[in-house]
Design a binder for this molecule. Structure first.
Ligand SMILES: Cc1cc2nc3c(=O)[nH]c(=O)nc-3n(C[C@H](O)[C@H](O)[C@H](O)COP(=O)(O)OP(=O)(O)OC[C@H]3O[C@@H](n4cnc5c(N)ncnc54)[C@H](O)[C@@H]3O)c2cc1C
Length: 384
């Protein structure tokens, strides 16, 4: 399929693919086994000018958007869905600044992220507030020329590894979600610490930790937008980054298809390669159909978002659900095609099956995305 990428987009995709094949694929299983954070790969991405593909040129980036970010995530995830998250999680932490940061905040925080010197993270989820993000309990109390943060954010991607954190806290409990505000908190701030590294089923090279705020002082100039805008900051950010989760799922699924296809041509049973059996062929065909459909959907959604569209919550949710469900099915089928070998850790498909699962859960579970889509459909109908 020709997706009519611009020369720059083609170049970005090819460079990300080269890094995935040459630098990530050889180490992916080891990083997964050890749960090592991929600092060396971040350095490779930085040296290749990949870290700022979605950041404005004014702040040292390449000047692309959500599409360029998705192209990189897709290619890196083809080799490892966990390692790619150091990059994608930084995008998630960065978009609140891109969308709502003042010039001064952008000038201060974006250039070191664009150069790859610093990583970012996004803190919304808490122990009692997952799908129901409006239930967060972390507080930010105004104190002189700053705010005092107290509370704990749970399961934060790049937690402890990132230098810049965009965090949502409650500044006025009486106003519900309208009383939330978003802040930039820097690693090293007094009263800001981290919980233990979580031991996860998949994406094990990604680091997931609690963010702990214990009377953490944040200067007023680190408030993003205005007080009371925190929930909007979070929702608008996630609308833009969900296609990135979809791209992660797409890359994982493509990697699983590539492995299963190769194996099916090599494995001989009953005197023939298993690729000659129709039951196997149909699984391969279904994987390819779902993957290509996901790619079309993601690329078009990204282009729609980058065109300056105002409202794309539904499309963003749809492509995340479609791609993540496709990736889950494709990775389970890849294991099936490889039989007992697919179940063994030496082969990289059981890892892909574990990695795919998270894409149905984070940045809003697929049940919540279906709620969003259904509400938009019903709202649209009542307007007619
Ligand atoms: C590895 C990992 C990394 C993460 N990274 C980040 C991060 O960087 N930043 C961040 O802020 N968060 C992060 N999260 C949190 C993630 O976004 C949440 O886990 C997710 O939103 C779901 O919340 P929950 O786990 O509390 O599930 P719950 O909200 O408790 O949901 C449990 C189940 O109930 C279902 N459910 C809940 N409410 C409804 C409803 N109204 N209708 C239908 N079904 C419903 C859900 O779909 C799910 O199946 C991460 C999580 C993980 C596991």
């Amino acid at each position: 399929m020709n997706y009519f990428l611009t020369d720059e987009q083609q170049m970005i995709k090819e460079l990300a693919a080269k890094i995935a094949d040459e630098k990530i694929a050889p180490v992916a299983l080891q990083y997964d086994e050890d749960g090592t954070f991929p600092r060396e790969i971040v350095k490779v991405l930085a040296d290749s000018d990949m870290c700022g593909v979605y950041i404005d040129e004014k702040y040292g980036g390449f000047g692309g958007g959500v599409f360029e970010m998705a192209l990189v995530v897709e290619e890196l995830s083809r080799a490892c869905g966990g390692i790619s998250l150091a990059f994608a999680g930084t995008g998630l932490g960065c978009f609140p600044i891109i969308l709502f940061g003042s010039d001064a905040q952008k000038e201060r925080f974006l250039p070191p992220i664009a150069s790859g010197e610093k990583l970012a993270a996004f803190g919304l989820t808490e122990a009692n507030a997952g799908s129901d993000a409006a239930g967060i309990e972390t507080t930010a109390r105004k104190d002189g020329d700053g705010y005092i943060l107290n509370g704990t954010k749970q399961w934060i991607t790049n937690g402890g590894e990132a230098d810049v954190y965009t965090v949502v806290a409650c500044t006025d409990r009486s106003r519900g979600a309208r009383g939330f505000s978003a802040f930039i908190v820097e690693k090293g701030a007094a009263g800001f610490g981290f919980g233990k590294k979580e031991n996860k089923m998949g994406i094990r090279a990604s680091c997931t930790r609690e963010l702990v705020f214990d009377d953490c002082r944040v200067p007023a100039e680190n408030l993003l937008g205005r007080e009371g805008m925190g929930f909007i900051v979070a929702m608008k950010t996630l609308d833009r980054t969900r296609p990135g989760v979809a791209a992660q799922a797409l890359g994982i699924a493509q990697g699983a298809l590539d492995e299963a296809l190769k194996y099916s041509r090599e494995r001989v049973q009953f005197g023939s390669a298993i690729s000659s059996y129709q039951a196997v062929q149909h699984m391969l065909a279904d994987m390819a159909i779902q993957i290509e459909a996901a790619r079309c959907f993601i690329y078009q959604t990204c282009r729609f978002i980058d065109s300056g569209a105002k409202d794309f919550s539904k499309e963003s949710a749809m492509c995340k659900v479609f791609a993540s469900d496709a990736a889950m099915k494709a990775t389970v089928d890849a294991v099936q095609i490889m039989g007992g070998y697919g179940y063994m850790k030496e082969y990289p498909v059981e890892k892909r099956m574990r990695d795919a699962k998270i894409t149905q859960i984070y940045e809003g579970t697929n049940q919540i995305q279906r709620n969003v889509i259904a509400l938009e459909l019903i709202k649209g109908l009542s307007k007619k």
